[in-house]
Each structure stands twice: as structure tokens, then as C-alpha cells.
Design a protein around this ligand. Structure first.
Ligand SMILES: [Zn+2]
Length: 345
């Protein structure tokens, strides 16, 4: 995210999460917080923001309402150097940092995959390292917290390795799992977590927050971000809005036979492939929702589902060794067939 978020803001939940924050921090004070939480809900509405603020609150030595920002724990967490705050993800096992992406260039690296394996899934080696770290008796005898982000990137072996830790973490350990696709998690894992559902805020609340961050109104970004304020912020702070507009035009042109799939695929920057696929998924999912709202006996249901499945599969493959141009080409060839049923000729 290229917009500067003030560090003090990161210690607090987002405005639309205030009630949830009060509930969960009250449970912390009563020592009743379930030891494994699964934060689930659509992308861009602040699950990670909330998870990091809660992690900061948990490890803070001088909390009152929120993490204090100035104790030893808070200072370490700011740069990812807190020994008891961990982030498990496809980049390995890192020191959790109170930054907009949870990482810090100077942060601790507990375990890292080799470069070419990065971003595919959360390996068993990373999961084992987490278990090992949590098994070491706690530094300063304080709370420990581990965020697993994205939990649906855990592979079968790493899920199995983590099950026992998630069911019964070592004393004083809080596990926070995050997923946009909780249905992709094995039931054995889901059933061991307390699910916390996140939803998009009311448009007015989202608009107000976005305007505060940007210093001006940007209704267009919120529309392009399908009501998700953090997605909108990301869009508004770069060339995201115009880029997405161009992508939409390209997909429409393919469906309407004005552009062939090969040249269309070539027009997408390969560095932006994952972002493009995520956008395409949201764009189609949004139209699907709108269509279902308009009529329950939707005849294009299979077309929507086919495209969403294919994009999900392409997203999965894009993290591996798949050739970006070919991946997108084959997706757009499918779109050429089913697209007209979704967006008209
Ligand atoms: Zn503190």
C-alpha cells in the first residue's frame, strides 16, 4: 500500500470494527479469548489490520484500550523484531511487524523458503519452525501470538503438523488464522478455530474513512473496489482505478469479439498477473451477486460458476511455474465462450 498509514492508526481497529474490538479485548482481559481464531471474510475490509492490532494489544506490556506504542514490546513489534510475535505465510516464518503489510525489512526471519518456492504454499518446514518457536519457553514470560496468513495456503502436510498446536497451543499463545476462502480449509482445521466473520462496512462509513486517508473523496475507487475500503485505498493511491478500467474494457472486448484472447492476454503485465486474476474474480463475482439479486432463477449460473472456478484455478497455478501468457490465454479462450452469456454480446 503506497499511502502512508500513521503507525498510531495501526494499533487501533478500523472504525467499522469497533464493536468487535470491544468484544474481543474484553475476552482478553477476562482471559476467555478462544486460543485459535479464524478471521474470515472478503478481501480488502480489514481482517489483517484487525489481526495485527489485536496481536499488538496482546503483546503490549502497558495496554489500555489499545497497544500503547511505546513499551519494549510495542517498539519491537513496530519493526518486526518481537521474539514472541510471529507471522507464518508463504514467505516463511517472519517476525510480525505492525506495518501495513505485517512485515518489515529489518524484521526477524525465522525461516524462509528458497526463492523459487516462494509464494506457492506454506510449507511443512515453515509450519514446523512455528511449532518449534512456540515450544520454546516464552521470552519475558509474556503472551505469544502467531498469525497464519493466508490459512488456505497451508498444504496438507503443514495443516496436519499444525493441528495439535491449533487445538491446544502452548500456554499464553494466541493463534490467529486469516482466510478469504475458509471453505478451502480442511474441516479438521476449521472446527478447531473460533470463526470471526468480517463484512464490508456501510458505504457511508467506508467513504468517510477513505476520504480521511486520502485527504479527498474518491467514490470511484470505492465502486471499483466493490465497497472494500482497503482495496479502494490501494486503488486510489496508485494508477489502480484506470488500470482496472482498462482491464474491464479488455474483458468486454474479448466477450464481444472485438479483441482476440491472445493479444488481450499479452496486454496484461506479467508482474500484475495475480492482481489481474484477483480483479477478474471480484469483477465476475460482483456481477454474479447482482444477477442473483435480480432474479433467483438465474439461467447463467453455470457460466458464472465456470468462470469463477477457472479463475480460482488460474490463481492457484499462477503461484507456481505456470507461464503467465498461456495461463491468461486459456482463461480468455473460456471467457470468449461463456462471457457473452454474462456480459451480453
Ligand atoms: Zn505497548
Amino acid at each position: 500500500m503506497s499511502v502512508d498509514v500513521r503507525p498510531e492508526d495501526l494499533r487501533k481497529p478500523l472504525p467499522w470494527q469497533a464493536a468487535l474490538w470491544l468484544d474481543l479485548t474484553a475476552l482478553v482481559l477476562q482471559q476467555q479469548l478462544p486460543h485459535a481464531l479464524l478471521l474470515q471474510g472478503p478481501v480488502g475490509i480489514g481482517k489483517r489490520w484487525f489481526a495485527r492490532a489485536l496481536a499488538a494489544y496482546l503483546v503490549c506490556e502497558n495496554r489500555s484500550g489499545y497497544a500503547c506504542g511505546s513499551c519494549r514490546s510495542c517498539v519491537q513489534l513496530a519493526v518486526g523484531a518481537h521474539p514472541n510475535a510471529l507471522l507464518l505465510g508463504t514467505d516463511g516464518l517472519l517476525g510480525l511487524a505492525l506495518t501495513p503489510n505485517g512485515q518489515h525489512a529489518q524484521g526477524l526471519i525465522h525461516w524462509q523458503p528458497e526463492a523459487e518456492r516462494k509464494r506457492r504454499d506454506i510449507s511443512i518446514d515453515a509450519a514446523r519452525m512455528l511449532i518449534e518457536r512456540l515450544g520454546i519457553s516464552s521470552h519475558y514470560g509474556h503472551q505469544r501470538v502467531a498469525i497464519v496468513d493466508r490459512a488456505d495456503a497451508l498444504n496438507t502436510a503443514s495443516v496436519n503438523a499444525l493441528l495439535k498446536t491449533i487445538e491446544e497451543p502452548p500456554p499464553g499463545t494466541q493463534m490467529i488464522l486469516i482466510s478469504e476462502r475458509p471453505q478451502a480449509l480442511p474441516a479438521t482445521l476449521r472446527s478447531r478455530c473460533q470463526k470471526i466473520r468480517f463484512t464490508a462496512p456501510e458505504t457511508e462509513v467506508a467513504q468517510q474513512w477513505l476520504a480521511q486517508q486520502l485527504g479527498h473523496d474518491d467514490a470511484d475507487a470505492l465502486i471499483q473496489g466493490y465497497g472494500a475500503p482497503l482495496t479502494a485505498l490501494q486503488l486510489a493511491s496508485g494508477d489502480g482505478v484506470s488500470l482496472r478500467h482498462a482491464w474491464r474494457e479488455m474483458w468486454l472486448a474479448v466477450a464481444r469479439r472485438r479483441q482476440d484472447p491472445v493479444s488481450a492476454a499479452a496486454s496484461v503485465d506479467r508482474e500484475a498477473l495475480a492482481e489481474h486474476l484477483q480483479w477478474a474474480w471480484s469483477w465476475i463475482a460482483h456481477q454474479f451477486r447482482e444477477a442473483v439479486l435480480q432474479r433467483s432463477d438465474l439461467t447463467q449460473r453455470d457460466a458464472f460458476e465456470k468462470m469463477l472456478n477457472e479463475i480460482t484455478e488460474a490463481l492457484r497455478l499462477s503461484g507456481g511455474n505456470a507461464q503467465p501468457q498461456l495461463l491468461l490465454e486459456s482463461l480468455l479462450v473460456s471467457w470468449l465462450r461463456v462471457g457473452p452469456r454474462i456480459v451480453g454480446n
